[in-house]
Ligand binder design. Structure first.
Ligand SMILES: Nc1ncnc2c1ncn2[C@@H]1O[C@H](COP(=O)(O)OP(=O)(O)OP(=O)(O)O)[C@@H](O)[C@H]1O
Ligand SMILES: [Mg+2]
Length: 248
C-alpha cells in the first residue's frame, strides 16, 4: 500500500481528555488522558477488567461517554455517530475476531468496505489488503469458519483495512494464538504502521507487544497508571507485573 498523506499537526491526531466512560450506571474509566501520534503503534496494557477495551469502545460509540472529550484531527468526535467516525478514517477490530463465519473471505472483506459504493475502489482496496495478507488470497472463496485462528485474525484486520483508515483500533489481536502465529500477526501490525496507519492496540501479551510499541499506556482500574515510550519498561513495577511472563 502507498504511504498515506501525513497529518499536518501530529500532536492533534487523537486526544482523549479526562474521559469518563462506562455502561449505564457502571462507570469503568475515570479521567483518562491520551495523546496518540499518527505514525505510532500505541499500546494499552493492564489487567483483565481494567477498562482497556472500554477505551477503544469510547472511540467508537460502543459505550457511554459521560464526561470528557475524544478529539480526532482537532475535531470533537465524542458524540459523533459511528458512521461519521468511519468516514473520518477510524476502524475497529474488536476483541475476539468476530468474522462472519458463514461468509467467504471475499464477502467478509467486502463487508469492510460497506461505506464505499465504487466497485473499482473496492477491488483496488481488496488487492492492497490481500497484498498484506497473501494467505487470504489463497482462501478467497472459502468460508471464514474454515480458517485457522491466525487467519481469522488476519481477516478481521483485513476487513478493518478495507475502509482505508488512518487510525486502526486493534483489541487483543494475539488472543488465543500460538506464539509463532502471534509473531506473524505482530509483523503485520508493524507493516500497517509503516505504511502510514496509526495503530491503537490493546494486548495481554505485553512482553511481546512492548518490543515494538512506540508508546505504552498502562491502565489500572480505569485510570492511566503510567505512560511513555519504551523507557517505561525499565520501571521495576512494569517489569514485575507486566513483563514477568504471565501471559494469557
Ligand atoms: N457491554 C457491557 N456492559 C456492561 N459491562 C461491561 C460491558 N463491557 C464490559 N463491561 C465491564 O466493564 C469492565 C471493563 O471491561 P473491559 O472489557 O474494558 O476490560 P479489559 O481491560 O478490556 O479486560 P480484558 O483484558 O478481560 O479484555 C469489566 O468489569 C466488564 O465486565
Ligand atoms: Mg478487553
Amino acid at each position: 500500500m502507498a504511504k498515506k498523506k501525513s497529518v499536518k499537526d501530529t500532536s492533534k491526531f487523537l486526544q482523549l481528555r479526562s474521559v469518563e466512560s462506562g455502561y449505564g450506571k457502571l462507570q469503568i474509566l475515570f479521567g483518562v488522558d491520551m495523546d496518540i501520534n499518527p505514525s505510532d503503534i500505541t499500546l494499552i496494557i493492564g489487567p483483565n477488567g481494567a477498562g482497556k477495551s472500554t477505551i477503544l469502545k469510547s472511540m467508537f460509540n460502543l459505550c457511554d461517554v459521560y464526561k470528557g472529550k475524544v478529539m480526532y484531527k482537532g475535531k470533537d468526535i465524542t458524540k459523533l455517530p459511528t458512521h461519521d467516525r468511519i468516514k473520518m478514517g477510524i476502524a475497529i477490530v474488536p476483541q475476539g475476531r468476530q468474522v462472519f463465519s458463514g461468509l467467504t473471505v471475499k464477502e467478509n472483506l467486502e463487508m469492510g468496505a460497506f461505506m464505499t459504493k465504487e466497485k473499482e475502489l473496492i477491488n483496488t482496496r481488496m488487492d492492497e489488503v490481500l497484498g498484506h495478507f497473501p494467505v487470504l488470497r489463497k482462501k478467497l472463496y472459502d468460508n471464514a469458519y474454515s480458517l485457522s485462528g491466525g487467519q481469522q485474525q488476519m481477516l478481521a484486520m483485513g476487513r478493518g483495512l478495507m475502509q482505508d483508515p488512518q487510525l486502526l483500533l486493534l483489541d487483543e489481536p494475539s488472543l488465543g494464538l500460538a506464539p509463532k502465529t502471534m509473531q506473524e500477526v505482530f509483523e503485520k501490525v508493524k507493516e500497517i504502521r509503516d505504511e502510514g496507519t496509526a495503530i491503537l492496540m490493546v494486548e495481554q501479551n505485553a512482553k511481546a507487544a512492548c518490543e515494538f510499541a512506540d508508546k505504552i499506556y498502562v491502565l489500572e482500574e480505569g485510570r492511566v497508571a503510567m505512560h511513555g515510550g519504551r523507557e517505561i519498561l525499565k520501571s521495576d513495577k512494569i517489569k514485575k507485573i507486566y513483563l514477568g511472563g504471565h501471559e494469557k
